[in-house]
Design a protein around this ligand. Structure first.
Ligand code: PHE
Length: 368
């Protein structure tokens, strides 16, 4: 079969164009350049289209073969285009992933803007220790009524300890007994026992108030109450529980302790717990030495308190304790002045505060 000259030129041009197409598609550096090349070659005014337009000038016998050759070229060009497009898209995605990478192994920023106050830290530590022993956290109101703060705790109206406590009274309404700012967290004992069913195992950290202000007293301070009520609870349980607590709290197993007889209207017998300490000129080391430091008050819940909340003392007994949280914080972290706790000084907090990212737990360490 012979071809005319026009057809020959066209097919030669086609070969040249194929080489050009291969080169320009293969070398397109990015998706944009690739698209420009596509328009220039395969677009409505592109080179391949131009070539197809020339078909009309060929002899009718040559037209089908030339047409097929152009269609093949088109298909080849489309395939090359698609391959290059996939390659460039993948490369672009790789580059983006690399650029926008987040290193999840980076440590958290060491210096956060805020810090946990030593009082909050110590509360969290106390809660962590007692939670491990099965105690739940209970709460009560700061504004308390006379019954919960005093009467139910075996402190009747004329009892001298009402004076001892330097109570803040709220303005009474005509003919009613005034509310008070709770002078201790012990009213939470009463609330717990009146509203729940025994056995009980709770601690109650919170704010307390007494009209007292000097180097070692602030009108608002913090206490943590503890209460355990069960069928056959005795003083040995109280001692074991509290010795275990101070060991965990001061983070030393060899801590020495002592229980001294004491008096509270709501416990019988009552005791105060001391931990051993050593005082040097400018240091106080807790846990060793021949001096003693009082850390908390405790005792077996008085039968009158049990009766006041509707429990039968022949069936249920238990122990209670109360400690000053601020004082525990001063002892553990060597903070010399109580009043600085409540001054809101940012520099002080930066120095004595704790990272919000280090939650105290018994297994990871209470204070690190
Ligand atoms: N409520 C007592 C106080 O404020 C502490 C205490 C609590 C003592 C429970 C014994 C039992 O000093």
């Amino acid at each position: 079969m012979s071809m005319d000259a026009g057809t020959m030129t066209m097919l030669e041009g086609l070969d040249a164009l194929r080489a050009e197409i291969e080169a320009s598609l293969r070398e397109a550096p990015d998706l944009r350049a690739l698209d420009e090349a596509r328009v220039a070659l395969l677009g409505r005014k592109g080179r391949v289209t131009d070539l197809a337009k020339g078909l009309g000038r060929l002899s009718p016998e040559d037209r089908p073969a030339a047409g097929q050759a152009i269609n093949r070229l088109k298909a080849e060009a489309e395939a090359l285009l698609q391959a290059r497009r996939d390659h460039l898209a993948a490369a672009e995605m790789d580059a983006r992933l690399q650029a926008e990478r987040v290193d999840v192994t980076l440590p958290a920023r060491r210096r956060s803007a805020g810090a946990i106050h030593p009082v909050s830290q110590v509360m969290d530590e106390i809660v962590a220790i007692f939670a491990e022993m099965g105690f739940a956290v209970a709460e009560g109101p700061d504004v308390e009524d006379d019954f919960h703060n005093f009467t139910a705790l075996n402190i009747p109206p004329e009892h001298p300890s009402r004076q001892m406590m330097d109570t803040f009274y709220l303005e009474p309404e005509e003919g009613t007994v005034p509310f008070v700012l709770r002078t201790h967290t012990s009213p939470v004992q009463v609330r717990t026992m009146r509203t729940g069913k025994p056995p009980f195992r709770v601690i109650a950290p919170g704010r307390t108030y007494r009209s007292d202000s000097d180097a070692t007293h602030t009108p608002m301070f913090h206490q943590c109450e503890g209460l355990l009520i069960d069928r056959r609870t005795h003083m040995g349980h109280l001692k074991g529980c509290l010795i275990e607590f101070v060991r965990a709290f001061f983070e030393r197993d060899d801590i020495t302790t002592r229980f001294r007889p004491s008096y509270f209207p709501f416990t019988e017998p009552s005791a105060e717990m001391d931990v051993g300490c050593r005082r040097t000129k400018d240091e106080l080391v807790v846990g060793e030495g021949s001096d003693w430091l009082e850390v908390l008050g405790c005792g077996m819940v008085h039968p009158k308190v049990l009766k006041a909340v509707g429990l039968d003392p022949a069936q249920w007994q238990g122990f209670a304790f109360g400690m000053g949280i601020d004082r525990m914080a001063m002892l553990k972290y060597g903070i010399p002045d109580l009043r600085t706790f409540f001054e809101g000084d940012a520099g002080w907090l930066r120095h004595y505060g704790f990272s919000p990212l280090d939650l105290p737990t018994l297994f990871a360490g209470l204070s690190r």
